[in-house]
Design a protein around this ligand. Structure first.
Ligand SMILES: [Zn+2]
Length: 173
């Protein structure tokens, strides 16, 4: 066995050990999510064969689980993928690096969503308001149908995908 093969074998053994360790600790993630995170971290380990992760990996796994609970697995997945191809990324991404990228992703997504959800008046009203003449001849301002539809849409679709962990941890959501 040459040196390269030996290294690859060591890495594979480490990945196996990692999986075994993790199988012991299970908590709030669903089993499929757990499997997906494991696979993702395992693939990431294999990208840094020069790095001895045997001491760090348990801590990493613990921290990455917290990140998944905070940002959701899809966001952490995207963040890790971005980190893996980032220029100069020569080591297994630290959970804190991943958290930074996850914050960026959430920010980007919120900006996109607020853009997509922005209210656009139908053009026949004044910024969503219409003047209605009541039976007694008095006129009042009412919400136009376009504004009502917009509000109903927001209720049906409140900031999807974004985990608001601030309000979640304070128990208001
Ligand atoms: Zn309107």
């Amino acid at each position: 066995m040459d040196e390269m093969e030996e290294k690859a074998e060591t890495t594979r053994a480490l990945a196996r050990r990692f999986i075994e360790q993790i199988a012991v600790s299970r908590a709030s993630m669903t089993p499929p999510e757990e499997q997906e995170l494991l696979l993702l971290l395992e693939q990431t380990i294999l990208r840094y064969p020069h790095q001895d992760l045997s001491r760090a990996i348990e801590g990493f796994y613990h921290d990455y689980r917290i990140l998944c609970e905070r940002y959701g697995l899809p966001t952490i997945k995207t963040a890790l993928m971005e980190l893996r191809i980032m220029p100069g990324q020569r080591f297994f991404p630290q959970p804190s690096e991943c958290a930074e990228v996850a914050e960026e992703i959430v920010k980007r997504r919120k900006a996109e969503e607020s853009k997509a959800n922005a209210f656009r008046p139908c053009g026949k009203c004044y910024s969503g308001l219409v003047r209605v003449v009541k039976e007694d001849g008095m006129s009042v301002m009412r919400e136009c149908q376009c504004l009502r539809d917009h509000k109903a849409g927001q209720r049906l679709n409140p900031g999807l995908h974004v985990v608001d962990f601030k309000s979640r941890s304070s128990g208001t959501a």
